[in-house]
Design a protein around this ligand. Structure first.
Ligand SMILES: [Zn+2]
Length: 228
């Protein structure tokens, strides 16, 4: 779905003139992928209503290797401010695999995003320094686009991923479900690219993803859905 500029402005709670001013401030907001979900629109509107604060990187909650931490900070600093604000105020970040294959620590003080669940993003430190920003951007894009909900999934007793997949398969074909999943992956890639972060992993081809999903769906369809 492609929106006209005025439709996009209305969605974001802006006038047409304000939308163009936003694009002048940071042209990356103009890419269609950036506001292609209800979650992204809601997160932008919350940042806008708060007076468009710059992201406070001092508040970033990260557990993992120091060099990966530095790369994450640099990457977030490079992002559009609304996105970086979400990455700091709405996400708890963990890394494993760069300098330790396991670690134990006290739970860091998690951010408390207003009216939204806290997100968790895990990144593998085993990827190269060059590939880290793209990986961070891809996972952050999933989080940016995730629907906003003030109620945690634990409170609602929501279904597991496997159960969700099984339920989907009752109303759509495997091919249709795979198509939906791949569309989500492509959106994350396109959004990260729009932010200036380039994906360089073997997982970014549709063929690889399709094979992964088919294997996952086949495993879920053949199980009782009790595991992830
Ligand atoms: Zn993904």
């Amino acid at each position: 779905m492609t929106l006209s500029l005025l439709e996009k402005a209305a969605l974001l709670g802006l006038t047409g003139r304000e939308l163009l001013q936003l694009f002048e401030v940071d042209q990356r907001y103009a890419d269609d992928s950036v506001f292609a979900s209800a979650g992204a629109v809601a997160r932008f509107r919350r940042w806008d209503a708060a007076g468009r604060p710059p992201a406070d990187l001092e508040r970033l909650e990260f557990v993992g290797d120091d060099r990966v931490h530095a790369s994450l900070s640099d990457t977030l600093r490079s992002l559009p401010a609304a996105v970086a604000t979400h990455a700091v105020g709405g996400v708890l970040w963990v890394e494993i695999g760069r300098s330790a294959i396991g670690w134990a620590c006290e739970m860091p003080a998690p951010p408390h995003p207003e009216g939204d669940r806290l997100h968790l993003i895990a990144i593998s430190g085993s990827v190269s320094d060059e590939a880290l920003p793209g990986l961070i951007g891809h996972e952050l894009a999933h989080s940016w686009h995730r629907h906003v909900s003030p109620v945690s999934s634990r409170q609602t007793g929501s279904v597991s991923d496997a159960e969700w997949t099984q339920r989907c398969l009752k109303v759509m074909s495997t091919a249709e479900l795979a198509h939906h999943r791949i569309a989500g992956e492509r959106l994350a890639d396109r959004t990260a690219e729009a932010w200036g972060l380039h994906i360089a992993t073997a997982h970014s081809s549709d063929e690889v993803r399709l094979a992964d999903f088919r294997a996952e769906i086949a495993a879920v369809a053949g199980s009782d859905g009790g595991t992830r």
